[in-house]
Design a protein around this ligand. Sequence first.
Ligand SMILES: Cc1cc2nc3c(=O)[nH]c(=O)nc-3n(C[C@H](O)[C@H](O)[C@H](O)COP(=O)(O)O)c2cc1C
Length: 183
Amino acid sequence: MEKSFYNLISDRRSTRKFKDTPLTPDQVRYLLSAGLRAPSSRNRHSVQYVVVEDKEKLKALSLVREHGSKFLEHAPLGIVVLGDPITSNHWMEDASIAATFIQLQAEALGLGSCWCQIIDTLTVNGQESAEYVRLQFDIPLQLEVLCIIAVGHKDEDKEPVPEEELLWERVHLDHYHLPTSEE
Ligand SMILES: Cc1cc2nc3c(=O)[nH]c(=O)nc-3n(C[C@H](O)[C@H](O)[C@H](O)COP(=O)(O)O)c2cc1C
């Protein structure tokens, strides 16, 4: 049965353990199509992608951050999401929305995904993570590296966040409500 959109976004949780099963060319194409279909400021399409399936490259990418990038080593696919500040000053919004579309498309295909943050992060050797990625793939200086989305078949089960744990106190009705000291 097709999932409703609300079920889809509830079921999506970050997956950091992947089975050793490659993705099909069709699955990879759907993921990239989702990114390319994402809305962009002034329809400028400032986002570009590097598709990584090579095991050695994925291993290298797993070292892109001191913490929080190890899962890339065993992912069958990494999508490096790039923004072009010359094409749009809203490249960060464009690229974030595109990356999110890819993650939702992954869930719709029954796959798991996780975002690996690149901006303002360092490798274990203190090198800027963005610079490290640039050197791996000969990415021109003009482009910014937003994140890497790992995608693969899930090898871990995570429950949706229960409805009662949603942070409704972050939603303000008609005017901003200052939290009291008990909140
Ligand atoms: C902007 C952003 C950056 C993130 N960076 C990382 C990261 O570098 N490494 C990681 O393991 N998870 C990363 N995540 C995943 C979050 O840790 C995760 O979405 C959050 O803990 C909520 O868990 P859930 O996705 O399972 O609902 C990132 C998520 C976002 C939206």
